[in-house]
Write a protein that binds this ligand. Structure first.
Ligand SMILES: Nc1ncnc2c1ncn2[C@@H]1O[C@H](COP(=O)(O)OP(=O)(O)O)[C@@H](O)[C@H]1O
Ligand SMILES: [Mg+2]
Length: 318
């Protein structure tokens, strides 16, 4: 039975289409829903975890219908929301045992201890959670999610707000769960993390899937070098023969070219000739950020992708 399947899954909030005919099949992998704030990631997860009713379309988890077989679906999955709270007045173990009892597992204490051990929290299990770091609290949430041995794990922005080292550690743990046979459905707006740690990603924008596949495949599809220039001055997109404008992210403007080394001086020259100051210029292989610009950003319009501006832009488009 496929872990997660959706067909035309759709959610409207009033007139706003937050998730737009999403069709997906996810099984035996770490799958990332990747997109900026407001693109519909959380809404998708809420529907898959039975917490929100779709406006249209269907979703199943382990073969059970999320809308009509909620009880069975909830037995199969765990969900760690973006802002889940652990009780900081309790110890780590008390938090996990509480969850184990909620799930009605056979031996709450033993299964809590096992989950704590998997998350490398055994030695701190008897300390109050208020003495834990942010990364440890996240790991405790994962331990809670593991305690009834779910087949499918949903994680909404699991590394948000953590420092670089803690993020890496969380991902190592997520990979470990994957190797124990769990299907992991994760949302993130960190392209680099999805690229490094996920088996497959779907890039979504305004509730629609714009690209889906292995990070490596998506990047290879660009089949080009990417040249990024950090500039100041007013930028108007342009093309130079086969050198294409890819997109803009704050002061960085990117281009694709068949041969990056040849394109580099041409781009520098063209930017200066158009009155811009070029602060740096770099040549790199495509990243998921570039894939995102390619599939979401239009080539004829300067775009800025900080989250706030992106939201404003989306609102204007509607
Ligand atoms: N309860 C709600 N009522 C109305 N609009 C909502 C609600 N929840 C989310 N939205 C809107 O739906 C869109 C998708 O939101 P969300 O799924 O939270 O995106 P993401 O998780 O990718 O940031 C956004 O435009 C957001 O403002
Ligand atoms: Mg969200």
């Amino acid at each position: 039975m496929t872990a997660i399947e959706t067909h035309d899954l759709t959610k409207y909030y009033g007139d706003l289409c937050a998730v737009d005919h999403l069709s997906l099949s996810v099984d035996n992998e770490i799958f990332a829903l990747l997109g900026p704030n407001g693109s519909g990631k959380t809404t998708t997860v809420l529907m898959l975890t039975t917490l929100l009713r779709p406006t249209e379309g269907t979703a199943t988890v382990c073969g059970y219908d999320c809308a009509t077989e909620g009880d069975m679906v909830r037995k199969k999955l765990s969900y760690v929301p973006q802002d889940m709270a652990v009780d900081i007045r309790l110890t780590g173990r008390e938090n996990v045992v509480f969850f184990a009892k909620l799930y009605g597992v056979a031996d709450p204490r033993a299964q809590a201890d096992e989950a704590l051990a998997i998350m490398e929290l055994a030695d701190r299990a008897d300390d109050l959670v208020k003495t834990y770091s942010g990364g440890m609290r996240r790991r405790l949430e994962l331990a809670q999610a593991l305690v009834h041995e779910p087949a499918v794990l949903f994680l909404d922005e699991p590394t948000l707000g953590l420092d670089v080292a803690a993020r890496k550690k969380i991902w190592e743990h997520i990979r470990k769960l994957r190797s124990r046979g769990m299907t992991v459905f994760v949302t993130t707006h960190y392209m680099d993390e999805a690229d490094r740690f996920c088996d497959r990603v779907a890039i979504i924008s305004r509730g629609s899937i714009m690209a889906i596949g292995k990070p490596k495949t998506l990047k290879a599809q660009l089949m080009k070098d990417v040249i990024t220039a950090t500039i100041s001055g007013e930028f108007i997109p342009f093309e130079l023969g086969s050198i294409r404008f890819l997109g803009r992210k704050e002061d960085d403007v990117s281009f694709t070219a068949e041969n990056g080394r040849e394109a580099l001086p041409l781009i520098a020259e063209a930017l200066v000739a158009r009155g811009m100051k070029v602060h740096s210029l770099s040549l790199h292989e495509p990243t998921l950020d570039d894939v995102f610009l390619n599939v979401v950003g239009s080539s004829d319009e300067p775009r800025s992708f900080n989250d706030q501006q992106f939201r404003v832009m989306l609102r204007r488009r509607k």
